[in-house]
Design a protein around this ligand. Structure first.
Ligand SMILES: *Cc1c(COP(=O)(O)O)cnc(C)c1O
Length: 421
């Protein structure tokens, strides 16, 4: 038996430093306790500068940022919708498939139809070959929503080239990847629209919050206006467009402002955690979540592992429960997650791909071969027929909290090793 931790080791929890409180207190003492104030202005400037874009608009969440980015992309391509219809009404949008639902829900808020694009093994992000296939099948699509999963940059050059060839824009979901680089530039700066999140478990946090990033002054102003109820420049409340209450609070911005100087430190800690797992698990039949070592430097937000196919014991997942049969020399995500939970640490399954979600069962799903739905019954026979499903089946997220000690991490590694005994 390995002794459980007295205090839970989290997947990824907020790490405060002190400056946060200074800025929050400043907001309080000067009474800027609203959605206006110096913290907001400073955070917008600092993040835009860091990421390498011209404008940042501070919002209440990453989801709000993605929502307004979808609306903006839709209106700029298809024009203003009729009242009551979303900007993407009945339009298809190509979306990353292996991701958190918040990447794609905003497509639905605007009436669009997500078309899911399968994943590649090199970075666990959108497969350029599958995207190319999707344009063969749906040549009229003009918007791509691209995520950088777990802080690892996608194959940006390949995806950009395909987007340009088809005149499509990219909405970049960099919610998990703030501070990650691809060929010397930061994620969030590659799409026409970039979105980041300051949710509690992200690499830096405001407890909540998000930001919209762009190089277009006009787009930044539109998003700022929409996020504050779409008031026109009149003395009274004058409205020509639908508005939202999506602006960041100056109190939240105080927390974010205090976190910004610590981004690089958090990334270094997360990278050390990733490397320690890599070293500690090197003799097991597993691999860490991969990245393109030549062109990219992830922010290592979450350390994940993928079990070799030959080393998987039998595991079955229903809609809500999972079962497995223990086997010598083999393991599975369910067994490892249970073992980790058994010592009071938090792991997590890989995001369940969107094309496997009951809510999106009718949405198209495209693999390199074409229609990914055509072969889906092979899953029932025990084989994984697409990459996203396979990574979900064999992968898991490990405790990746930057306050975890080396001793604690070693104990987690020991627990994982025992699963394979
Ligand atoms: C966290 C997250 C979001 C949403 O951000 P919130 O600030 O929680 O709304 C969107 N996409 C991905 C991939 C995320 O991980």
């Amino acid at each position: 038996m390995i002794t459980p931790f007295e205090n839970k080791v989290w997947l990824s929890s907020p790490t405060m430093h002190g400056e946060e409180l200074t800025y929050v207190t400043e907001a309080y003492e000067t009474n800027w306790m609203s959605t206006v104030g110096k913290n907001i202005n400073e955070v917008e400037k600092a993040i835009a500068k860091k990421v390498g874009v011209t404008y940042g608009v501070a919002l209440s969440s990453g989801t709000a940022s993605l929502h307004l980015a979808m609306k903006l992309a839709g209106e700029s391509i298809y024009g203003q919708p009729e009242t009551g219809k979303g900007a993407l009404f009945n339009r298809k949008v190509f979306c990353s498939d292996l991701t958190f639902a918040a990447t794609v829900n905003p497509v639905v808020y605007e009436g669009g139809i997500p078309v899911y694009i399968d994943t590649e093994y090199d970075t666990w992000n959108m497969d350029p070959a599958a995207l190319e296939k999707a344009f063969e099948i749906y040549p009229d699509v003009k918007i791509i929503v691209l995520v950088h999963l777990y802080g690892t940059p996608a194959k940006i050059d390949e995806i950009r080239a395909i987007a340009d060839a088809h005149g499509a824009v990219i909405v970049e979901d960099a919610a998990e990847s703030l501070g990650a680089f691809y060929k010397g530039k930061q994620t969030g700066s590659f799409g026409e629209y970039g979105c980041i999140s300051f949710n509690g478990n992200k690499i830096i946090t405001g407890s909540s919050g998000g930001m919209f990033l762009t190089d277009s002054r006009e787009d930044a102003e539109k998003v700022r206006k929409w996020s504050t109820q779409s008031r026109e420049a009149a003395a009274w409340y004058q409205h020509e467009e639908v508005g939202y209450n999506y602006r960041m609070s100056n109190v939240i911005a105080g927390v974010v402002r205090g976190q910004i100087p610590h981004l690089e430190e958090h990334i270094a800690q997360k990278k050390a955690i990733y490397m320690r797992y890599k070293e500690g698990l090197k003799n097991l039949p597993v691999q860490m979540n991969p990245y393109d070592k030549k062109n990219s430097e992830p922010n290592f937000w979450l350390s994940c592992l993928l079990i070799d196919r030959e080393a998987m014991c039998k595991q079955v997942r229903g809609e809500q429960e999972a079962l497995y049969i223990s086997e010598a020399g083999k393991s599975c995500p369910t067994e490892i997650l249970e073992a980790i939970a058994g010592i009071n640490a938090e792991g997590r399954p890989i995001w369940k791909p969107m094309h496997m979600q009951p809510i999106f069962r009718m949405n198209p799903f495209i693999t390199r071969e074409g229609n990914g739905r055509a072969r889906s019954n092979a899953y029932i026979e025990g084989g994984c027929v697409d990459t996203g499903m396979d990574i979900f089946e064999r992968g898991l997220c490990l405790p990746s909290d930057n306050k975890m000690t080396e001793e604690q991490q070693d104990r987690i590694i020991e627990v994982i090793k025992r699963c394979f005994e």
